[in-house]
Ligand binder design. Sequence first.
Ligand code: IVH
Length: 696
Amino acid sequence: MTTKPRDRADDAPPSQAGSRPVSGGGSHAEDVARRLEEMRGELRRHSFLYYVESRPEIDDREYDRIYAELQALEASHPELITADSPTQRVGAEPQSAFANAEHTVPMLSLDSTQDPAEVRRFDERVRKGLEDEPRYILEPKLDGASIELVYEEGLFVRAVTRGNGRVGEVVTENIRTIPSLPLRLREADRPAPELLAVRGEVLMPLSAFEALNERMVARGSEPYVNPRNSASGFLRQLDPRLTAERPLDVLAYDILTVRGAKLASDSEAVRALHQWGFKTPERVTVVETVEEILEYHEAYAADRNDLDYEIDGVVIKVDHLDARADLGATSHHPRWALAYKFEPRKEITRIEKIAVSVGRTGKLTPVALLRPVEVGGVTVSRASLHNREEVARKDIRQGDLVRIHRAGDVIPQVVERVPEKGRKRAAAFRMPERCPACDTPVRENGPFTVCPNRFGCVAQLKRGLTHFGSRAGLDIEGLGEETVTLLVDRGLVKELADLFELTAVHLEPLEGFAETSAANLARAIEEKKTVGLARFLYGLGIPEVGTTVASKLAAEFQSFDNIQDATVEQLEAVDGIGPIMSEQIRAFLDDERNRERIQAVLAHMDALLPPERAGGQGLAGMKFVFTGGLERFSRSDAKRLIEDNGGRVVGSVSGETTYVVVGADPGSKLQKGRDLGVEILSEEDFMSVLQYAGAL
Ligand code: IVH
């Protein structure tokens, strides 16, 4: 079928509408209006059959024919175009920002566990809290982006991201482009209620995710880390036309608010949702015992790899809505529901080679190059081994069989070696004595090994360039690692400033480039001659200057010259910059070669835009506890970010804690948080909270 967005189901007559002439009773305008509605109804029905039910009755050509006819008739009667017309899925203009809106009711999160004993305790608590025996509705836990969808008088009017649970971002125009979403509720089996707010999950099918990443890599862009991230990224895309190009799907599983329909249980609600035209999760079941819950979990876990979207567990919910009301909720999650999560995925594969990569600052990192293996829908072929002590501790050698997982379901890690009887192993791994990129003798610094050839090492130059153009840096579209490698290897770029000398003429002959892509990259570079000061600072790769410090410096000093001239004391006066950091920044800026290189870049820049004063209050009143190591932030960076935005970081979990943020190898605070019903955030969730609060 074509990728043209389709609308779907209502109770229109199945056929003939496509060929009936515009004539009949009332005025001409009424006839046209009636005819338009017939065609829309017909298209909705076929769309429902195709996208929701997967049982199309007509082929693409027939669909396209009716669609074209509708489009033509609407074009000659633009005053009769309605918001729920299948032709209106795409077309909205790009927005400059998303408005915020309060949810009709708070979107609570779920308590979760991986432990069957916890599930039994949940069941006991529910039984204690209710007079009658409970019935549980079981569903897959969809691993996407959660969303509220609002319908008034059957018409789709608003979509709001979960945000902080109370307030989220209005992404109506993006959601409208998702073909499986009803723009008007189907009324064939059940009348539409006056008001309906549905909770659903926006997902990217795994097949589509892989295809998308292949295209990204082919274009020289960084691939997306997982389908959940790309789904939520596309939801927050400001140009709905770009969202429409992404194969997203939306599934509905819960009614947040309904006025004008009576529903006694969740199972009835799910049935109603399906009748109204929503796609609902597969294999929704009602059971009565905890044994059945455990069986359901096991069965779904076994079939997890056969699905075309990610699920990370099953959700157990008390089915009867009165019983839910009796059980109530804590401030974070309902007492009538529990997510019973799957074990994180682990796969076994072989280390084909232990390579050593050289980072932007010269740090040498051993990397396991793996026989590619799929972990949770994503193909993994390399994993960092961090440093030589880590390799020694895990006793990992080239050729070993290892178990890998994705930490926080994102970053691939080697968990352990899988011993093999009778297999001769390679020699123990040793770090090279010379930099693999520039052959300079390396230096040791604690557990780390460093190439000291800061300005002559091509690997450091490549990394530095990639960092400069990265999303948090100048954000130069198309300047991925592969392109940077080409540019450096062909001698086109010898230092940062050379980037700005590139034109389409230089780029076009390069492997993988054609006229358009060369022109695009040249333009992308040209466009970034005007850029935010904070991005520029971050992009320079000054030691210790991550995104937070860069924003702070930019906000405080307002221009690059002011920073270049700042004394150690002035730098240190900036909130969050300590004496060691300010010394390091100063030393970097004082280094003659750095100065020359930066001046050369500045000579090409048109404007570095100072930011508004940083530091909102988006996290006011929130208390965070950390357990385990974060991948993307140091603890102190995370703490600073939170404090800058009005939140607090505390050492121990209590009933007052808003979030427990869980990194790799968490400690007992995680369990404590769970016991107290505190919301648990993965690093990914934490990023979303920060983003939402405007802290990132
Ligand atoms: S029920 C208050 N059912 O998982 C309970 N949630 O933290 C209402 N999720 O963001 C949610 N699949 O949006 C429920 N079948 C399902 C779900 C589900 C995914 C999401 C939910 C939330 C997260 C849990």
